[in-house]
Design a protein around this ligand. Structure first.
Ligand code: TRP
Length: 449
């Protein structure tokens, strides 16, 4: 087996993992899914899912990765050689393709917004005009395709040059800056006329809005946001050094991830209510809201520039982590060079995301189950593929993986969190798989209460 790289330090591992977790999922997906699912009650369930299932699953994926030091397919092969568990790896690889196909499109939108900010194109526009021009942009089909292709090329370039040095280093500096700007936006929110409505929407739960499908959305968002259920964290776990404390890495990543999502919510929703935008606008929510926020802020021009630039960087570090799942598979299992793998993957993703863009055009005939490809891929990955992947991973780790191995990884050889291990095992064996199964089955109608 070739020389495997690893993260240079524990901080490097946190930065890279947080870089994977923090992305469009927090700033674009979280607000729009929250908006569509009624607000506060959804957020509470999302938090429960993250803490109760997300963190243990993150630790499980880390353990599998660090123990096997393999890609997602190879990892299950190493752990259970003559079995069909490698299916989880295949599912993970398929999921990575599906996620990248729409994720890169949104990242492309971000690039276009960055360009618009540079030339100050939003200046003087009303909220309706901004919605309208975004609509026209997406409807055109070719404009988003161009930006998406540029984004994919950029991501592939980073994959080809190797993740460790570049991404690790940038993440450490840039994530804190993103955090800072988000804080400025939150500060600004307080002065908006819709502040109270926004805060009520986010923090005053109305539990009558909860049903099976809302709970599944919350679980899907929790997994999506922490990059779980498809092998990203198995792959990144394989780069974590043996004596690093995984427990604190997982804890800090989860907390930062939650914090950024909530801050994005507080930055966005007061504006949504102030500018008469509907919380249920769907995937375009953040993109039609943000320009309005910047327009009415002092120094909005520069803040807008900086914000979209950082959002783009956050998107790149996440997209890289998804693509790395595929690259690690191609280099280790198919023995294709890193360079060729990167190009091959990029070409496939470019084709798939172009189809997503085309299917978003108004008269497009590409519709499956009443959805365009973009919405289909978003829902399919978060609400089905990652859920199934996560379920199988916990069942595998809880019931079929040697407890001694798991314990050794969880505690980093008996160094940390020894007392927490029984709790962890209990969750991985019973709580997580049962909860995931119940949520999933009740959503698809096989289980009724
Ligand atoms: N978590 C990232 C975000 O919030 C996206 C992401 C990266 C991801 N790797 C993943 C999502 C793996 C699902 C699975 O933007």
């Amino acid at each position: 087996m070739q020389n495997r790289s690893s993260f240079g330090s524990k901080f490097g591992a946190i930065a890279a993992t947080a870089g994977s977790a923090i992305g469009l999922g927090n700033i674009w997906r979280f607000p729009y899914i929250t908006g569509e699912n009624g607000g506060a009650a959804f957020i509470i369930i999302y938090l429960i899912c993250t803490i109760l299932i997300g963190i243990p699953l993150l630790l499980t994926e880390f353990s599998i990765g660090r123990y096997t030091k393999r890609n997602v397919f190879g990892a299950f092969r190493v752990l259970k050689p003559h079995s069909h568990w490698y299916f989880i790896g295949i599912l993970g690889i398929a999921t990575a393709f599906v996620i990248l196909s729409f994720y890169c499109v949104v990242a492309g939108w971000t690039m276009s917004f960055l360009a618009e900010s540079v030339v100050n194109n939003f200046a003087g526009k009303s909220s309706l005009e901004i919605q309208d021009s975004f609509g026209k942009f997406v409807d055109s089909g070719w404009q988003p395709i161009i930006w998406t292709i540029i984004f994919i090329a950029m991501t592939a370039y980073i994959i080809i040059s190797g993740v460790e040095k570049g991404i690790e280093r940038y993440n450490k500096i840039l994530m804190p800056v993103l955090f800072l700007i988000l804080l400025i936006l939150v500060g600004n929110s307080v002065f908006l006329p819709g502040f109270k409505d926004g805060i009520n929407f986010l923090f005053k739960p109305d539990f009558s809005k909860i049903d099976g499908s809302v709970i599944l959305e919350a679980l899907g968002q929790a997994f999506f946001s922490m990059s779980l259920g498809m092998g990203t964290m198995i792959t990144y776990g394989s780069y974590i050094r043996n004596n690093d404390n995984m427990l604190s890495t997982a804890g800090s990543v989860a907390l930062t991830d939650i914090l950024i999502a909530l801050l994005a919510g507080v930055a966005i929703f007061p504006a949504v209510f102030s500018f008469g935008i509907s919380p249920t606008s769907g995937p375009e929510l953040v993109f039609i809201t943000l320009p309005n926020i910047f327009l009415q802020m002092p120094g909005g021009y520069f803040l807008s520039l900086l914000f979209f630039l950082l959002l783009l960087i956050a998107a790149v570090t996440s997209a890289v982590s998804i693509m790395e799942v595929l690259a690690a598979y191609c280099t280790e299992e198919l023995k294709i060079s890193r360079r060729k793998s990167g190009i091959l993957i990029a070409v496939i993703i470019m084709a798939m995301s172009s189809l997503c863009c085309i299917s978003q055009m108004p008269d497009s005939a590409i519709r499956i189950a009443g959805m365009n490809l973009f919405d289909l891929f978003d829902t399919l990955s978060a609400n089905y593929m990652m859920i199934i992947g996560a379920f199988l991973t916990t069942v595998f780790a809880g019931w079929f993986m040697s407890k001694a191995k798991l314990r050794n990884e969880f505690t980093s050889g008996g160094l940390y969190g020894v007392k927490l291990f029984p709790v962890f095992i209990f969750i991985v064996k019973f709580v997580a798989p049962v909860m995931i199964a119940v949520i999933f089955l009740s959503k698809i109608g096989l289980l009724r209460f």
